[in-house]
Ligand binder design. Structure first.
Ligand code: MIC
Ligand code: SF4
Length: 644
């Protein structure tokens, strides 16, 4: 039977299950990556499993999120990560080496391999034909210990790229166009596979921009074929030997299709406060919206060509007097290359403010914009408040559009910049892996160093047989994990300390939430569609669990967050009739009798609203394995019982 790329990779890695869309499958994971903000938990969980050395082909621990060291916490976490990696067979990418996804693409990703990462933008490596997925830290820990990764067999969406990009239109505009069509929940339960003649005109880093931001569709992952461009990129990275061609069979079938015509595509921009709120830049350009900040970098747009394009626009010009331009090249490789070829001097000379190779402003780690500012960023998320400034308006666009805003001072179509500078791929990338430390050859001698900020991992208890609890919070559609568990310079350093970080759960939505949830003891959260979209941070499940949240009842979930809820023993329930959402209010007491029996008997559970005197039905959609995990109080307890 003819197969698409996704079917080929899954088939080659299938451990159990049937490859039928929507059914649970388990696949073998070849590579894992973690970043520091989710990695400390992942390694504490890995340690708790008692497996001495990782069983993957390659596992890499990156430090890129928590690099602003305004106290001892982050530096202590880096030290923990370095030593724990050395002891357990994991490569360690030192702070300064760059953002996990950018560095992984450059130095480690391999076509046809599976990659699981504790970060939602892990699909970046899909630009090279790797089946790369984001997951919670606990799933990564299990994969490092040799366990399979469980997911629902995705539907495969074919996105056919026709034609080729016009000058000043970029790969970023393609993914913004896809977001405009499919929205932030259009990718849930799906993998986006790119095909068509337009594919050949895109370099691997350009493809990676597209697969990176496929995360914003809620997709399981996105993937490109591995072809001549992939071979060339790998050769230039000195890794030609890992090249393997990968393409869909000629008559492969897909579940859904979308066609994007690159010949007619215009520069796009996502308006506040959602990555799918996309319009053509030229529609805004006539309004001359003044811009106060421009930020270039992040795992979406940090390639050599991106930075060279910025430099070529800035060369001989000055950043607009009302704009703060901040640049954070995503990897040391790119940073050093533009430093050595002089492009960095053009960027600096124009008045840009330079940051180290890390996530930085993308996750609110410094460079919060001024009050009410318009910030145009080459990043991937513009959720309200994520920049660190509650009332800032963040727009997402290509490096070209960012560069135009930086010099002109307003949101402008980059075509206004005039002649388009052609930027060639370098003759060779600068390969220097000295900042990636290989694991110790004598692990027994390595002492794992833990700072006082690293607190033991709280573990849930077995699920009780009846649940009577008030609704501690009711929220609407498209709640992001940034709403549930904010990040930023103040909160991120607490990622290894669940008691401390739980004081910040939902505070941007309701500052009283943590105190109220604690006082209630046990509680339930009610929400709308696409609940938990965005980041893979398992803290968005773990910290509510710590505050006593036992179940969540919503209209629909984002994939990674639902998996994280199950991993920590929180019941993910879905309204059968969406109208019942309106009958439940914050403060209502909810009761479920014979919970264990009901979960095991079938998919439907009857819930009483004690306060209103009504009942409604919810589904749990749990597989047999997931039921056992929930009943055990989470994946760690379950795994201990099973002993991998
Ligand atoms: C993000 O972009 O939101 C993050 C920060 O990279 C997260 C991971 C985290 O919260 O640590 C992600 O995308 O998974
Ligand atoms: Fe880092 Fe931003 Fe990419 Fe997340 S989206 S990994 S915070 S650069």
């Amino acid at each position: 039977m003819a197969k698409n790329i996704v079917q080929k990779i899954i088939e080659a890695h299938l451990v159990s299950g049937e490859m039928v869309a929507g059914k649970e499958i388990a696949i073998r994971i070849d590579q894992t990556l973690t970043q520091d903000a989710t990695g400390t938990m992942a390694y504490l969980q890995f340690e708790a499993m008692g497996v001495p050395q990782v069983k993957t082909e390659l596992s890499v621990s990156y430090v890129d999120h928590n690099t602003l060291q305004s106290g001892f916490e982050n530096a202590d976490d880096h030290r923990f990560l370095q030593t724990v990696a050395s002891k357990h067979g994991i490569h360690f990418s030192r702070p300064g080496n760059g953002i996990c996804h950018q560095v992984h693409l450059e130095r480690f990703a391999v076509p046809g391999k599976t990659l699981l990462g504790s970060d939602s933008h892990t699909p970046t490596a899909g630009g090279m034909g790797s089946m790369a997925m984001g997951a919670g830290g606990l799933d990564i820990a299990v994969a490092m210990a040799g366990g399979a990764f469980y997911l629902n067999m995705p539907k495969v969406v074919k996105v056919e790229l026709k034609g080729s990009l016009k000058p000043w239109t970029a790969a970023k505009d393609i993914i913004l166009e896809v977001l405009r069509h499919l929205t932030v929940k259009g990718g849930v339960g799906r993998v986006i596979e790119y095909t068509g003649v337009g594919v050949a005109s895109l370099s691997v880093p350009e493809r990676a921009t597209i697969t990176n931001m496929g995360a914003e569709l809620g997709a399981t992952t996105s993937i490109f074929p591995s072809d001549e461009n992939t071979r060339v990129y790998l050769e230039l990275q000195g890794r030609g030997e890992v090249y393997a061609p990968l393409a869909a069979d000629a008559d492969a079938t897909y579940d859904e299709e979308l066609i994007i015509d690159l010949d007619t595509l215009e520069p796009n921009i996502a308006q506040p406060h959602s990555p799918d709120n996309v319009i053509a830049v030229k529609e805004l350009a006539s309004k001359r919206i003044p811009v106060q900040q421009v930020a270039v970098g992040s795992c979406t747009n940090s390639s050599y060509t991106d930075l060279m394009r910025l430099a070529s626009v800035l060369k001989g010009k000055t950043v607009h007097p009302n704009v703060s331009l901040v640049v954070s090249p995503g990897s040391k490789q790119v940073f050093e290359m533009i430093a050595r070829n002089g492009a960095l001097a053009d960027i600096l000379s124009a008045g840009a403010r330079l940051l180290e190779s890390a996530c930085g402003p993308c996750i609110g780690m410094g460079q919060a914009p001024s009050s009410g500012a318009v910030s145009v960023r080459s990043f991937n998320r513009n959720f309200e408040g994520r920049s660190g400034t509650a009332d800032a308006s963040v727009y997402l666009a290509s490096v070209e559009t960012c560069a135009a805003a930086a010099v002109l001072g307003y949101i402008a179509d980059p075509n206004e910049l005039g002649d388009f500078p052609v930027i060639e791929m370098p003759e060779k990338f600068l390969v220097d892996d000295r900042l990636v430390l290989a694991p110790s050859a004598t692990p027994a001698d390595v002492e794992v160093l833990r700072g006082p900020n690293i607190k033991p991992l709280p573990v849930n208890t077995d699920l009780a047989d009846s649940l009577t609890a008030p609704v501690s919070l009711k929220v609407g559609d498209n709640i992001t994990t940034d709403h549930i568990m904010p990040a930023g310079a103040k909160v991120l350093p607490l990622r290894s300390n669940i008691p401390a970080i739980s004081e910040h759960v939902y505070v941007r939505v309701d500052p009283q939430f943590p105190a109220r949830a604690k006082e209630m003891g046990k509680s339930v959260i009610v929400g709308g569609h696409n609940y938990g979209q965005g980041s893979s941070r398992e803290h968005a499940a773990l910290a509510p669990m710590y505050l006593g949240v036992k179940a969540v009842i919503v209209k629909s979930y984002a994939r990674i967050h639902r998996a994280n809820l199950i991993n920590f023993g929180l019941l993910p329930l879905t309204f059968v009739n969406e109208a019942d959402y309106d009958t439940v209010a914050q403060g209502d007491e909810i009761a479920v009798d014979n919970l264990t029996e009901q979960i095991q008997a079938g998919n439907e559970i009857t819930v009483k609203n004690v306060t209103k005197g009504t009942t409604f039905t919810v589904t749990h959609d749990l597989t047999g394995r997931q039921i056992d995990i929930i009943l055990a109080g989470g994946l760690l307890n379950y795994t201990k019982k099973q002993a991998i």
